[in-house]
Design a protein around this ligand. Structure first.
Ligand code: FES
Length: 120
């Protein structure tokens, strides 16, 4: 008998300004284990379910602050935010380049999203 794998639903806002008039949402079912981060779920989707998903990943340790997304409406770092159930992931506020990738203003200009308070 095979062991059941727990899964969660990840709803992701998709938008490609080259072809879409409005953003839409796509839902994915991904395996879940305690400690799963938003970024690891996005990586699973990209590598196994939908290679067209665009998201930002760089340091993956919470240092570069480049991976901000909105998780259930709250701006969080994708690489350090632990998922605890089904979630909706949207881009942070700003001009969307594609899906979860948002144009970053030049250095010195205020970014178009609310301040993120690091979780301890
Ligand atoms: S990838 Fe650098 S803070 Fe998340």
């Amino acid at each position: 008998m095979s062991e059941a794998i727990e899964t969660i639903k990840i709803k992701v806002q998709r938008f490609d300004p080259a072809v879409d008039k409005e953003p839409n949402y796509q839902e994915y079912t991904v395996p879940y284990a305690k400690g799963t981060t938003v970024m690891s779920a996005l990586r699973y989707i990209y590598e196994n379910l939908d290679h067209s998903l665009a998201y930002y990943a760089s340091c993956r340790i919470g240092k570069c602050a480049g991976c901000h997304v909105r998780v259930n409406g709250n701006t969080k770092l994708a690489c350090t935010t632990i998922i605890e159930g089904n979630v909706t992931i949207e881009p942070k506020k700003g001009k969307v380049i594609r899906d979860l990738v948002v144009e970053t203003p030049p250095r010195g200009e205020k970014e178009g999203h609310e301040e993120v308070v690091p979780e301890v």
